[in-house]
Design a protein around this ligand. Structure first.
Ligand code: BJW
Length: 259
């Protein structure tokens, strides 16, 4: 049971054990969720249905069934979110995670985020397990559709088979991309350090990864503004914004003296 919960606003100092484990580790996996992008101005998944979208239930909206029932509405919701992303840039949390990839020779970032901000911040070893909102695919054949012609019909049609085009993201009840998920499980079960950042850890199978890492012997820590469902099962919870905590952590890992 994790009784180690540090509130970085109140406690100021990071636990010595955490810094030592981070410094001694050879391999590191970071799992991110919507909280990491929140400070860039991207609404978290569960805050994404606001304004004209507030009458919808988010977990019923991000499903193949919802798309079948109302493809235009679902497509428009994703267009709205794509437009929001146009002027959005990575924040200090994203850049700190890119820094971690330079610190650890064996580094993987597993992200549930579909906004592409980790690539923009400079991370290379990225596994996007819930897809990417910038890509589209055929609803029936699952093939990537690169150049969609935006005509009168919404959503547009696949040029090959005439089915609707949809965003290349993973909806509820859909399998996750095979390579990305298998690799995520592999690296989670082999790493020394596993950092969970800005995720509610309620969506599976992503929420299983920290537990896989913990069971395989990794030091598992999370950074979140509030406790989550996994807080009691891991080694350390640091309460605070990822845009503040992650840069401090990377600074401390790199510092010669840190006390
Ligand atoms: C901050 C912060 C700051 C804010 N600093 N922190 C049990 C076992 C296995 C599966 C299931 C199960 N029970 C049910 C399932 C099925 C389901 C599931 O998990 N449901 C749950 C609701 C229980 N899972 C699935 O359906 C998955 N597929 C599957 O299991 O397939 C099986 C299959 C096999 C073979 C054939 C067919 C099927 C698919 C899951 C796909 C999830 N997709 C989404 C939508 C993506 C597209 C889109 O965005 O529109 O992915 S759902 C949504 O949740 C999105 C996110 O990536 C994901 C996770 O959310 P995240 O990132 O954690 O965001 P929030 O909003 O929940 O939390 C934000 C957090 O940030 C909070 O904690 C804040 O406190 C924090 N925060 N600001 C630090 N500044």
């Amino acid at each position: 049971m994790n009784l180690k919960i540090i509130d970085i606003e109140r406690d100021k100092d990071f636990p010595e054990e955490t810094i030592t484990r981070l410094r001694e580790a050879k391999s590191c996996v970071v799992l991110t969720g919507a909280g990491v992008s929140a400070e860039s101005g991207v609404p978290t998944f569960r805050d994404a249905l606001t304004g004209t979208w507030s009458n919808f239930n988010v977990e019923e909206f991000a499903t193949p069934e919802a798309f079948r029932k109302n493809p235009k509405k679902v497509w428009e919701w994703y267009e709205y979110r794509r437009n929001l992303l146009k002027d959005i840039n990575p924040n200090e949390g994203h850049y700190a995670i890119a820094e971690l990839e330079k610190i650890y020779s064996d580094f993987w970032l597993v992200t549930q985020n579909i906004d592409g901000l980790h690539h923009k911040a400079g991370n290379k070893n990225v596994l996007e397990i819930h897809g990417n909102i910038c890509r589209n695919k055929c609803f029936e054949e699952n093939t990537i559709v690169d150049n969609i012609s935006v005509g009168e019909e919404i959503p547009p049609r696949c040029p090959d088979c005439g089915s609707y085009v949809r965003p290349d993201v993973v909806w509820f009840h859909e399998p996750l991309p095979k390579y990305e998920m298998e690799k995520a499980i592999e690296v989670s079960s082999q790493c020394d350090i596993f950092i969970v950042a800005g995720t509610s850890a309620i969506v599976y199978p992503a929420a299983e990864l920290p537990i896989i890492a913990k069971n395989a012997g990794a030091y598992v820590m999370e950074i979140n503004i509030e406790e989550t469902l996994i807080s009691t099962q891991i080694d350390m919870t640091i309460l605070g914004k990822t845009g503040i905590v992650l840069p401090k952590l990377t600074e401390l890992i790199m510092a010669k003296e840190w006390k």
